[in-house]
Design a protein around this ligand. Sequence first.
Ligand SMILES: [Zn+2]
Length: 66
Amino acid sequence: MSQPPPLRALPPIGDLSEQQVRGAACVHCGICLDNGTAVDLGAQRTHRAGVVVRWYPRACPGCGAP
Ligand SMILES: [Zn+2]
């Protein structure tokens, strides 16, 4: 059993602030991110009103670290 731990589940996009959706704030705790330390969580896809929306969540080092 040497699988890496799963990524922390992202909250539903509908629960997030505009800053969190834009990647300006941590998706998990909501603090404003510093471009030097923010952890990119990769492109995500979600359905909103029947349309596929792409968004690029980021996390602070504390939440985004494995
Ligand atoms: Zn955080």
